[in-house]
Design a protein. Structure first.
Lengths: 395, 289
């Protein structure tokens, strides 16, 4: 009898808890924002940092009463789909978003996935924010994709020019994983370096994406002894191993990439050998991070146990979507209205000190405003942390 | 040439160790353990946690990886594979179970250890450099030696101990072994635990060189299957030869063919297909199984 009472009490408590949770969540109407990206496999770190950035920000918004758009205050719900870096799965993910009536999606993370979902997004009135660089996604007649970060063909030339002028770099070698994103980034990098007058001494060495030991891969590149080694499109999992192998093979030159990295991962995987490594970051270095960025990092850490520096660039997409909807509430269900608003949209950048603005850019690269204006922050890794090397803007 | 040979020996020794556990489990239970790569990853994360995070001496951390994986392997065999093998004569039942375990372990790894690449401090500093003709960091040399010693110890265990003899008997003929008084259930569990322990050991060794992340499991399993196919499924010496051959093919391909892009693995796969078409049982395997 006593046992039965206990079970009844537990059941009642569980029901009440569930009901209570639902009731709390249902205080405001819910605005669903989608995420379609890679959260499993070797590139999981890219998508998970995306998803967790969105979830941390959404939880923050909901905890502080919701997000007011027009006359309505919404709770934000993030609907996630793991595309496993497979274009077919990415299409399925975007179709799921359409079925759920979602009009704003962050992702996919890679080129082929972003290209694959375009017909689904355009036919279902979905604006999506990929982390993929092909210009055709953002140039007319494409209309619904908004580049969520700085592309390599924008950051690469800025980095190379800086290193030519400040470090006397003359020769460069490129190494890339044998995948569409890194290979296209390598080709873009070679083009940019050549245009700047650098001598490209090696650009044909590639590696399997699941390579774990890079010493044999890097040996031929090291023979070319470049001033600068560019790790094109390198994933955070591979960057420390590549740096470590290059340094152990005696490479003394500079190493850079145009992708975002995590300081903790570099420190663990390469230690002091990663000192001087140049990468693209966001706004979390002490001199740039605003109080809101600092709080975001703290909330993310509290929620998931550990921050990921890649989120410095990935914190922006959700903010852009919500801020743009705030300007024209009808855009919640009407992406044409959203696109119209993009042309004139401007709001303070809450994550960065100073007078930086959130606005849509891309006229130079794409001929239309289809890119979020995240700051081009170029970092250098030094003794376990990133330091800001220079900051630039994309127009 | 010296560099290619050194890279080949180094890659071959680590690959052989990865393949050993997989082929042992296949030999004993006729199970294609698709979760072998995930076990390798867990071994890496255990060493990372003990050595990299808590500062426990590396050797002790390595022992913890072995013990953790041996226990995990024993539990998986006793509560998952053994009942399925007894209840289903269809081989695909165990294959599906193994695939399910692989997905489950991937999810557990993500929850427990996170999505990031992890690395540990170097166990030995410095680089051996012979006139820039042969460059090899000392930690790679040490890991290579440890891997070779582990393989020798494993062969010794299989050849000269009662457990090893029982496991070999089980691998050769399960029914005959049972008739000779071998406790089949017990030794199946021990064998599976040993196979998982080898995955944990190599994961723990290699985390010092390659680091570890949650996505490494699947590709590691695929490479291990390739080595087992080259050497012959279920044959211990075959797994060792398969690992060495794959290691040398990779080292030679990367050194000689780099100017043509990433065609090394393309050629390895083509060679493997041709080889298996001619000799489907692999180098050391028997055509009758």
């Amino acid at each position: 009898m006593q046992r039965r009472s206990l079970m009844k009490a537990a059941l009642t408590a569980a029901t009440l808890t569930a009901f209570g949770a639902t009731a709390a969540f249902a205080e405001n109407p819910v605005l669903k924002i989608g995420f379609v990206g890679v959260t499993s496999g070797p590139a999981a770190a890219w998508g998970i940092s995306n998803q967790r950035s969105m979830e941390a920000r959404a939880a923050w918004i909901n905890e502080t009463g919701g997000y007011t758009i027009g006359d309505t205050t919404y709770d934000i719900e993030i609907v996630s789909f793991d595309d496993q870096k497979d274009p077919k799965r990415a299409i399925a993910g975007m179709e799921k978003m359409a079925q759920e009536g979602i009009h704003y999606v962050v992702g996919p993370n890679v080129d082929d996935g972003a290209a694959a979902v375009r017909p689904v997004a355009e036919s279902n009135g979905i604006m999506y924010f990929p982390y993929a660089f092909p210009k055709s996604l953002y140039q007319a007649p494409a209309s619904n994709a908004v580049l969520g970060m700085v592309a390599n063909y924008q950051s690469g030339p800025a980095i190379y020019k800086y290193l030519m002028e400040n470090e006397g770099v003359k020769t460069v070698a490129f190494i890339a994983a044998n995948e569409s994103d890194p290979l296209s980034q390598r080709d873009g990098g070679v083009e940019a370096a050549t245009a700047l007058g650098m001598e490209v001494v090696s650009d044909n060495v590639t590696y399997q994406v699941d390579t774990t030991d890079f010493t044999p891969v890097l040996t031929p590149v090291m023979r070319a002894q470049p001033d600068l080694l560019v790790l094109s499109g390198v994933s955070p999992a591979n960057a420390p191993q590549l740096i470590r192998s290059a340094r152990e093979l005696g490479f003394q030159g500079l190493i850079s990439t145009e992708t975002a990295q995590d300081a903790g991962v570099l420190a663990e995987g390469a230690g002091d050998l990663a000192n001087g490594f140049i990468s693209v970051g966001g706004a979390s270095t002490p001199e740039l991070a605003s109080p809101m960025m600092i709080e975001f990092v703290q909330r993310y850490t509290d929620m998931f146990g550990e921050y990921n520096d890649e989120s410095n660039t990935k914190v922006y997409a959700l903010e852009y979507i919500l801020e743009t909807l705030k300007v024209d509430p009808s855009a919640i269900t009407d992406v044409d209205a959203f696109q119209t608003t993009m042309d004139t949209f401007e709001a303070p950048n809450p994550y960065m000190n100073g007078d930086a603005k959130l606005r849509y850019v891309g006229m130079t690269s794409f001929g239309q405003r289809r890119q979020v204006a995240v700051p081009l922050v170029v970092n250098v890794f030094q003794d376990g942390a990133f330091e800001t090397l220079f900051v630039a803007e994309v127009d | 040439m010296e560099q290619i040979l050194a890279n080949g020996v180094y890659l071959g020794s680590q690959y052989a160790m990865i393949a050993l556990g997989l082929t042992l489990i296949f030999a004993l239970m006729n199970v294609l353990n698709f979760a072998h790569g995930q076990m390798y990853v867990i071994g890496g994360f255990v060493t990372y946690t003990f050595y990299g995070q808590w500062g426990v001496p590396f050797v002790l951390a390595l022992v913890m990886s072995c013990v953790t994986l041996a226990i995990l392997g024993a539990l998986i065999e006793r509560f998952l594979f053994a009942p399925v093998i007894k209840g289903s004569a269809r081989e695909e039942s165990t294959m599906l179970l193994a695939a399910g375990i692989a997905f489950f372990l991937d999810a557990v790894i993500l929850l427990v250890f996170g999505e990031k690449q992890r690395g540990v401090p170097k166990i030995v500093d410095g680089v051996f450099n012979y006139d820039f003709r042969l460059i090899m960091p000392y930690d790679r040399i040490l890991i290579c030696v440890l891997a070779i010693l582990s393989i020798v110890a494993f062969i010794g265990l299989m050849q000269y101990t009662k457990t090893g003899r029982a496991l070999r008997a089980l691998a050769q003929d399960r029914t005959a072994a049972q008739l000779m008084g071998v406790n089949v259930d017990r030794y199946s569990m021990i064998g599976f635990a040993l196979g998982a322990m080898l995955a944990g050991l190599v994961g723990g060794l290699l985390v010092t060189i390659t680091g570890v992340n949650l996505g490494m499991g699947g590709p590691t399993s695929i490479k291990a299957f390739m080595m087992v196919m080259i050497g012959g499924a279920g044959v211990i010496s075959g797994a060792i030869w398969g690992g060495i051959i794959l290691g040398f093919m990779e080292a030679i391909g990367l050194a000689v063919l780099y100017q043509y892009g990433d065609i090394t693995y393309l050629l390895i796969f083509v060679s493997l297909m041709i080889f298996l078409a001619i000799r489907p049982q692999g180098l050391m395997g028997k055509p009758w199984g």
